[in-house]
Design a protein around this ligand. Structure first.
Ligand code: NGO
Length: 530
């Protein structure tokens, strides 16, 4: 509008003054709209936020400047531009620089050892004139960009030009996570999820600053990762799924693609091969893994606890060594997850030496062990992560033996549980988990109740088991809107987490969920904002 007026005025003036020069000031943008940063609905809620009542506007002149010396910043700057340009219709470009840019621009910078920000924290300094995002490391810049996304209207998520103006409330945000492990788990064994589906899930959890995706790659019903030295695992073990029909698996190339895509979103993949129980798919693929030397039939039901590797056979350990060697080579992250849950037909006197030996194998491949809480019955190597799901006693025992905890208490964090009795998908053995139930808990308080110190907690993880979840739309329905709550529990200190306040912020995600095409559950517990 202003621009249009200016160009008309120039033309008119040019007619009047055919000779000579003219000074017309056409740089007058409308003043910044007053905005209150404290009223923005950011999830996870930032650790500290100070509003200054004005705003920074994106215009045709805005550029993203990044410090020239850090190549990661140029990449992140480009991602920010790619996030902003489609919906704003602007052509914001990225420029490398050696100095702080002038007014009107966005500036991304690594600032070295800024007190308190840690490896993943960031600071956003937003004035009318400039938007500066700083961090110690590039992960912090990535998380600052996720906050920026949420400071813009939900229409920023759309792929085509939308009506502006594009203004970001002014003030300062200093923000960093409570826990270093903020994860989701996806069971791709009961039902297989394609590379595209997994990438979509990565996109969605990255928005809420999660940094771990644990993939449950094998179970009774399916083996989902190519192991070149044991090809029948996928050929036979990967052929079906719960309920029967075609299964699926990732080739190693596809798996690498997932790992890279996750890394680009500052997410580490933790691969899980469940053992000695939950192994029917492998037992059906190779007869020699069974004590009786007989291959099992493929299984497409949903019972648990009936299968076991033959823990007395050397072949089994040679097999596990091959599997973890290949998997370690595909895994940049520190952990290999060995499962270890519900081995109901493996006597404890076999289970313990088995878990000990498997831990040695994982260590020999340069990785640390993660496992479900039952593994705490075995010896614990330093660096082992015990994932609490049902056995608080196990978790406590694990910590006493020197392990760290990943908190996935089924009654709170299992997003395969139904929301209420009317939810069609999901299970209910751990109870119904409405959105409030899934939010109102604190990992440290829960651990403290067992006498476990907060410092033993690595973080939180929300598992989605997929006995009943068959495709990405169903995945979204079970995870949204519970997963943003788990992300907030992992990020935001407990003193800043109150359901009554959170539910307002969550309700205001509606437009964003819709812009992102997320098939969310419109819980009656949440005041969804129109
Ligand atoms: C349990 C079991 C899984 C099921 C899940 C269903 C663990 C660690 N083992 O959790 O096999 O799929 O419950 O909620």
């Amino acid at each position: 509008m202003t621009k249009h007026f200016c160009s008309l005025a120039i033309r008119y003036a040019a007619v009047l003054f055919t000779a000579g020069f003219l000074l017309v000031s056409c740089t007058n943008e409308p003043p910044p709209t007053p905005k209150d940063l404290a009223q923005e609905a950011i999830i996870p809620r930032p650790v500290s936020l100070e509003a200054t009542g004005s705003s920074f506007r994106l215009t045709e002149k805005t550029k993203i400047y990044v410090q020239a010396i850090y190549p990661d910043l140029e990449q992140l700057g480009q991602e920010l531009a790619d996030m902003l340009n489609p919906a704003t219709g602007l052509e914001i470009s990225v420029k490398k620089t050696d100095k702080v840019p002038g007014a009107g621009h966005i500036y991304l910078a690594l600032v070295g050892d800024e007190a308190g920000l840690g490896q993943e924290g960031y600071q956003l300094e937003i004035t009318e004139k400039q938007l500066t995002l700083t961090a110690n490391q590039s992960a912090g810049i990535f998380y600052g960009i996720q906050t920026l996304r949420q400071l813009l209207p939900a229409s920023i998520e759309l792929g085509e030009k939308q009506e502006g103006p594009w203004e970001i409330a002014s003030g300062t945000i200093v923000d960093y996570p409570s826990y270093r492990h903020r994860g989701a788990m996806l069971d791709v064994a009961r039902h297989f999820f394609s590379v595209e589906d997994v990438k979509r899930y990565i996109d969605l959890i990255a928005l809420y600053k999660m940094n771990v995706l644990h993939l449950h790659l094998s179970d009774d019903q399916g083996w989902r990762i190519e192991i070149k030295s044991w090809p029948r695992l996928t050929e036979i073990g990967g052929s079906t799924k719960v309920g029967g029909g075609e299964g699926g698996f990732y080739t190693q190339e596809q798996y690498k693609d997932i790992v890279q895509y996750a890394a680009d979103h500052y997410i580490t993949i933790i691969p899980e091969i469940d053992m000695p129980g939950h192994t029917n798919a492998a037992l059906a693929s190779y007869a020699e893994l069974n004590c009786d030397g007989q291959a099992r039939k493929l299984y497409t039901g949903t019972e648990v606890g009936f299968s076991t590797f033959c823990t007395a056979k050397d072949t089994v350990y040679a097999f596990i060594d091959d599997v973890f060697r290949e998997l370690a080579a595909l895994t940049p992250g520190p952990y290999l997850h060995i499962g270890g849950d519900e081995s109901h037909v493996t006597p404890m006197e076999d289970y313990i030496p088995f878990i000990n030996r498997v831990q040695d194998i994982v260590a020999a491949h340069g990785k640390e062990v993660a496992g479900w809480d039952e593994i705490a019955n075995a010896e614990m190597r330093p660096g082992t992560a015990v994932q609490l799901w049902a056995g608080t006693e196990n978790a406590k025992m694990g910590v006493e033996k020197g392990a760290m905890l990943i908190m996935s208490p089924a009654s709170k964090a299992y997003i395969d549980m139904k929301y209420d009795s009317t939810t069609e998908l999901g299970l209910s053995w751990a109870g119904y988990i409405e959105v409030d139930t899934g939010y109102i808990w604190d990992p440290a308080a829960m651990a403290a109740a067992e006498g476990v110190d907060k410092n033993a907690i690595l973080g939180v993880e929300a598992p989605l088991w997929t006995e009943t979840v068959t495709n990405i739309k169903e995945l979204e329905y079970m995870t949204f809107p519970r997963i943003p709550g788990i992300a907030e529990i992992g990020w935001t200190p407990p003193a800043l987490r109150q359901w009554d306040e959170y539910k307002q912020r969550l309700g205001r995600q509606k437009a964003r969920f819709e812009a992102l095409g997320v098939n969310y559950y419109a819980s009656p517990k949440v005041p969804w904002a129109e």
